[in-house]
Design a protein around this ligand. Structure first.
Ligand code: SER
Length: 594
């Protein structure tokens, strides 16, 4: 086998399918478009679901891509096995009602044996138990002996609801010495003696929301080959981590930590986690995901924090992730140019999260170590929910991390007790918020030139001049997601509550965070203040922002405002000039005239 770099394999694959009439598309964003069933793109076919189901017409009936993927279902295994990753690239070719099994099976064989040069006698095939058609092609057209074609019940590929079907996998035999020497090891066992390198899915059904299957009008092909796996085979490496697609990040991290790779299992796990997570976070942020406490943002936060923690485990006690991003961009920038364009932005987002998490980690780790020592002294192995909750609530120490650290020490956490404590705290917070919300806060605006603040209803950009916790008068420098905040902008289009009219709502987008505006008020000194919550990332004083006022609601309020004037004038002309308005409500839904 000839050594091939990751880049060469990617290029060869795309070229092979371009030569067979495929349109080559760049990787789609990691954020699924119009697909609420997915949090992140985790397979090459995922961006093409509407083409498979026939809901949309593809730009070509044959497409091939190298797709960025993130999967975090078994994040705990990253670094512990040869193949688990949160980020990986999937090479794939797709037929939408065009070619089917008799084309793709011989093509895949040709690519693997001729283009990649993997010896035919090292290859094994699996097919679905009932797929005689695939068997026939592998046996009679490609010419594989019967004993090399293994029928497996589990060869059916699906990803929740959506297109799916039976599949056929190509496996490489890596040698007797691999897989821990289990005598029972055979194709289909994931012990690494036989490595699956390519999955050919014969997409011919749709899995409906209720779990039933309907045959698709067109028969399709969806294949997926993990680039890192192929690289490990062609570069003769024991795991994906030693390939040129990942190893430079390991080298970077071992240099920063002054540790050597390959000496100690624990250190190697941390180095692999950092390398894997550095790729994920770089690509996720480049695609517009920001750390937050929900959804995709939470996946990113968790990945980033795990990387920081593993850095600490191998002795790194300074910021190091921005450097890892540089290595990732160096390796991937020519294939994914948005990494280069967004370098500074990616590094800024990471630096903010890393700074705040390092602080949290320092405090939390010490406290948890004390607790572990106490448990050991008492001969106990379960940390009570209340203590785990206190670490989380008072010190911001993530519970997953508490659980992981406990596990490393042969202990567990009382998760049910933790959940119960969380529920009590949420209830108290709700009550406290309701109570505080009733009390007006006089925000401290000393230090700003009120006269220079502008209200311009046509504007959509400005700068954050002051930031406060929503229920606190004293300004702060920044706020992260989940925090209730009040913001003063140098130029605002948000109309403040007053004269019975409700304040505007909307969204303020900063370079590294987003605020959902839930009300707008005027302070006694005339400054307009937007009140709401940071829903993504972090916002900072001085940030240049864009904003969007909820314009439908604003128009409804304006209409009711006009109607108040019309009503006033009508009453005056009908009843006389003594008619006086003493109070009113002007909202998007109705008006009231007192
Ligand atoms: N969808 C299949 C997979 O992810 C083949 O692309 O393995």
């Amino acid at each position: 086998m000839k050594y091939m770099t990751g880049n060469e394999i990617r290029e060869k694959f795309l070229k092979f399918f371009e030569d067979r009439g495929h349109l080559i598309l760049p990787s789609a964003s990691l954020i699924p478009q119009d697909d609420p069933t997915l949090l992140l793109i985790g397979a090459g076919m995922a961006p093409f679901k509407p083409f498979f189901t026939g809901k949309m017409k593809p730009p070509s009936p044959r497409i091939a891509t190298c797709q960025k993927c993130v999967r975090t279902g078994d994040i705990e295994n990253v670094g512990r096995t040869a193949r688990h990753h949160t980020y990986f690239e999937m090479l794939g070719n797709f037929s939408f009602g065009d070619y089917f099994k008799k084309e793709i099976i011989p093509w895949s064989w040709e690519f693997v044996t001729k283009e990649l040069g993997i010896p035919a006698d090292k290859l094994w095939i699996t097919i679905h138990t009932e797929d005689d058609e695939a068997f026939d092609i592998w046996h009679n057209v490609v010419g594989l002996p019967e004993e090399r074609i293994v029928r497996l019940e589990e060869n059916f590929w699906e990803i929740g609801s959506g297109p799916c079907g039976p599949c056929s996998e190509i496996h490489v035999y890596l040698g007797e010495e691999r897989g821990g020497g289990k005598p029972t090891c055979a194709v289909g066992c994931d012990c690494d003696r036989f490595l699956e390198i390519w999955n050919l899915v014969f997409t011919q059904y749709n899995q409906n929301e209720d779990g039933t299957y309907t045959p698709l009008a067109n028969k399709n092909i969806d294949t997926g080959a993990g680039l890192e796996r192929l690289a490990s085979v062609l570069q003769g490496k024991p795991s994906n981590f030693e390939t040129d697609l990942i190893f430079p990040i390991i080298e970077y991290a071992s240099e920063v930590a002054a540790v050597e790779y390959g000496r100690e299992r624990k250190t190697d796990i941390s180095l692999k986690v950092i390398a894997d997570h550095a790729r994920s976070m770089t690509f996720m942020i480049a695609d517009g995901i920001l750390p937050s406490n929900e959804g995709r943002g939470y996946v990113l936060r968790r990945i980033l924090r795990r990387a920081v923690r593993h850095g600490r485990l191998i002795g790194i006690d300074k910021m190091f992730l921005a450097g890892a991003v540089d290595v990732v961009i160096e390796m991937y920038g020519h294939v994914y140019p948005n990494l280069v364009e967004k370098r500074e932005y990616i590094q800024k987002v990471i630096e903010m999260e890393e700074t705040s998490f390092l602080r949290t980690l320092r405090q939390g780790s010490e406290l948890l170590s004390d607790e572990i020592a106490k448990l050991e002294a008492a001969g106990a192995t379960v940390l009570d929910g209340a203590t785990a909750f206190k670490l989380n609530d008072t010190f911001g120490f993530p519970w997953e991390l508490t659980a992981e650290i406990l596990e490393e020490n042969g202990m567990t956490m009382d998760k049910a007790g933790f959940d119960a404590a969380l529920e009590v705290q949420r209830k108290m917070a709700r009550e406290a918020r309701d109570d505080k919300a009733g009390r007006p806060v006089i925000y401290n605006t000393r230090g700003i030139d009120i006269a220079s603040l502008k209200v311009d209803e046509a504007a959509d950009t400005g700068k954050i001049v002051m930031l406060y916790p929503a229920h606190d008068a004293q300004p702060i420098e920044n706020a992260e997601d989940g925090k209730d905040v009040a913001v003063i902008l140098d130029v605002t289009a948000f109309h403040a509550e007053g004269g019975g009219q409700l304040g505007d709502l909307g969204r303020i987008t900063a370079p590294t965070g987003v605020i959902e505006v839930e009300n707008t008020k005027k302070l006694p000194d005339g400054a307009t203040i937007q009140i709401g919550r940071v829903v993504e990332g972090t916002v900072n004083v001085g940030d240049a922002v864009t904003y969007e006022v909820n314009s439908c609601r604003k128009s409804d309020i304006a209409r009711n405002h006009t109607a108040t004037h019309l009503l006033h004038a009508a009453l005056k002309s009908g009843l006389g000039g003594h008619v006086n308005q003493a109070g009113s409500y002007v909202g998007p839904d109705r008006l009231r005239f007192d």
